[in-house]
Design a protein around this ligand. Structure first.
Ligand SMILES: [Zn+2]
Ligand SMILES: [Zn+2]
Length: 269
């Protein structure tokens, strides 16, 4: 056996002693560390958004798409980012994994979630020229408490897959923000607007990618995009693993009161 491969299989053996090779979600089927301990059945239960969405905000669309499509809320909308996309709908398994990564510090879910992100984002982004990938920064106090920035865990593998540098020294979080979930749409925007600033003053140019775990109101990523545009970025595209969506007759996913559109209504209806 190739020495590197034998070291890898030895490492896998040790890992399987620490973490049993069973799905961390259903505890029934096999799943190893390469799958982020999420089995194929659980992975397939995640709803991918695909290309059938608003081309500005990534809202999944149930109707027919002809040419460039923007949902009702995005028509005439202006913001700092040029387009936003998410790989999957923020619900069920996907949302569970995000919460367990962030709040219960179960790091293996970063592998599974970045797999979902790369599956959708790499084909959409490769072949274009990008200057850098910016994970949405956490405030220092939050970083100390959480010990890692989940957006960074997701941006890293995307940066490697696209061969674009991950840039963490351009934008920083200015102050701890009140918990977003309890605020109204307007309060959220006001609260987040002033939360980011440029960490350096030298100019940038070209196209940039912002990465976050969940796209809910779009206010956070918009504020980061505003800093990048202020520094000289010409185009800013947002990619998130999951996007909050309200299904017809369904319930709010995570968390309530999004400002981004969350229902797919047919154009003009
Ligand atoms: Zn499973
Ligand atoms: Zn839209």
């Amino acid at each position: 056996m190739h020495p590197e491969r034998s070291i890898a299989s030895w490492f896998e053996g040790v890992l399987s002693l620490v973490y049993p090779t069973v799905c961390a979600l259903c505890h029934r089927q096999r799943a190893d560390h390469r799958q982020g301990y999420v089995c194929e059945t659980c992975s397939l239960s995640v709803r991918r958004i695909g290309d059938h969405c608003c081309q500005r905000c990534g809202l999944p669309w149930s109707g027919k798409i002809v040419g460039h499509h923007a949902c009702e809320s995005c028509r005439g909308a202006s913001g700092s980012w040029d387009e936003a996309r998410a790989a999957v709908i923020a619900e069920g398994v996907a949302l569970d994994c995000i919460h367990r990564l962030k709040y219960r510090k179960e790091p293996w879910f970063a592998t599974f979630l970045s797999g979902l992100l790369n599956e959708a984002a790499v084909p959409a982004l490769k072949g274009r020229s990008w200057q850098g990938i910016v994970p949405v920064p956490l405030h220092r106090a939050k970083l100390r408490e959480r010990e890692f920035n989940q957006a960074e865990r997701l941006a890293g593998p995307l940066a490697r897959a696209l061969d674009v540098p991950m840039v963490t020294d351009r934008v920083r979080r200015r102050e701890p923000t009140a918990s977003q979930a309890s605020l109204s749409r307007d309060d959220r925007s006001r609260n987040v607007r002033s939360a980011f600033e440029a960490a350096r003053t030298d100019r940038i140019r070209g196209s940039w990618i912002i990465v976050d775990d969940v796209l809910t109101t779009g206010a956070t990523t918009d504020a980061v995009a505003a800093v990048l545009k202020g520094l000289g970025a010409e185009q800013v595209v947002v990619w998130a693993v999951a996007r909050a969506v309200l299904e017809p007759g369904g319930v709010w996913t995570d968390p309530p009161q999004p400002a981004l559109p969350i229902t797919s209504r047919a154009p003009g209806s």
